[in-house]
Design a protein around this ligand. Sequence first.
Ligand SMILES: Cc1cc2nc3c(=O)[nH]c(=O)nc-3n(C[C@H](O)[C@H](O)[C@H](O)COP(=O)(O)O)c2cc1C
Length: 404
Amino acid sequence: MTIEFFARLPLHGETQFIPGDNRNRGDWNRSPAESTGAVSNFAIDDDFTYIDYLSQVARAAEINRFSGALLVNSPFGDEPWIISSVLARETKKLRYVNAFHPGHFSPWQAAQMAASFQRSTGGRLVWNIIQGGSDAIQRAIGENLPHDERYERAIEFLDMVKGFWETESFHYDGKYYQAHGGALRGPQRKAPIPLICSAGTSEGARQLAAKHADYYLMLAEDPAIVAANIADIRERAKAYGREEHIRFGLSVDVILRETDEQAFGEAKRFFHEGVKAGTVKLAADFSKIASDTNRARYERYNGKEVRDFDDLFIAPNLWGGFSYIGIPPGFAFVGSYDSVERKIREFADLGISWFFINGYPHLEEIYRLGEHIIPRFRQRRETPANDEQPALLVNAPIQARGNN
Ligand SMILES: Cc1cc2nc3c(=O)[nH]c(=O)nc-3n(C[C@H](O)[C@H](O)[C@H](O)COP(=O)(O)O)c2cc1C
């Protein structure tokens, strides 16, 4: 199984501190006195904006041999599809895994836009189908369909997109959508359909993954729970003959340093900043308006007495402190290069092939991962057979150039 790494583009601000910290980059910075000034605040006449910074993160991910980057969608940040369209032509190979909320688009519009993106980028779009968190958050932005129905609609939505893409004349009569003979035409039709990721552990989320996902994504947590989810989704995919097809991804943060002690020191710093700034309470309050499964997950790992950062390790080098102080995705591999490699291999053995892995600040952590972790998973180039090796010019006389 080939292991691939994906970075993350921080669409809702970049900081090496806790969320909401005033010290940030670009126009997320609210503490001008402490700004480095490296990325401007999007004022008129500025040369570099936060989006230029995101471009730098994307380039760093590509240079460091990540396969792609995850772009999450929240009501607080920039819109993934637009940002990835801007950045895709500034990179050559990087794939963009865009959080994509089907309820915000029509299936036809999404198919046509995706085909254009694919044609412009050599097929580098991946969709991460999301439903956008809890009903309360959705209602705030004008989406009134309840949680379970959003999944029903998303399944139909993907039936529609695949129908437009893969048939000559598509007919569909669903609860939410109908089509009478439409299909992508001309060169658009030749574009590859985006790979589809999905996540979530509710019944609706599992059904959607079984029918439509190429990759089912999970948040890092107790490995036994991850293994059980993989088994369940594979079993459900059988109903569609997809049990061999579907693959699995894990989203996890990282604090990567030369030694375990250095990495733990950084975890401790995050923890104490969070406690001091009161984000522990904010995270607990936020979990109350999260979706049922996210709330249950929060309670599973945080419903105990926590005295210091190291109470939040649930296994060696697997730390839930980010969830406790309110930084998604919640769990991190914390440790030395060897320790983090071991953790990645442990989850790969459960069946994970895509790792969405990043830390804070993203740019700096991408370089650490690129220099110390990704090379450990790169497949060795085959050594050419002896007779194919170029002759070694040991001590060969240097030819004088020119006329003399
Ligand atoms: C890797 C990964 C990325 C996610 N990205 C987003 C996102 O950008 N926006 C969002 O609203 N939810 C995101 N989610 C959350 C899921 O789509 C889903 O809403 C959540 O897991 C709860 O689903 P459930 O309540 O149906 O179980 C992500 C989940 C994972 C595992």
